[in-house]
Design a protein around this ligand. Sequence first.
Ligand SMILES: [Zn+2]
Length: 105
Amino acid sequence: MGDESEITIDCSFTKEISVLFRCRCNNKVYDNLIKLKNHEKTKSHIAWQCEKELRELRISLKRCQEQNERLEQANIKVKKEYHRQKRINIELIELQEQHELQRQQ
Ligand SMILES: [Zn+2]
């Protein structure tokens, strides 16, 4: 292995670095990890990060609220059905009792 192959490896590594060290907040490419890490300490990056996390939280909160509403609606339906069945049972018992009384007379 000579110097050429080492240079080739360096080139591909450099290409990879230019992709890896891009920050999504401003789409800028940083020369190395230290520069990127330093950028990540800046107010503008931190503000972007907070905004992003807040957005994700809002989305998950909205999903939770929607799920909660669906569960509440389902719960109301179940309760209504339970009370309906209960009424039917009471009516049936009353009918059976009336029938029983009529037979005894
Ligand atoms: Zn950034």
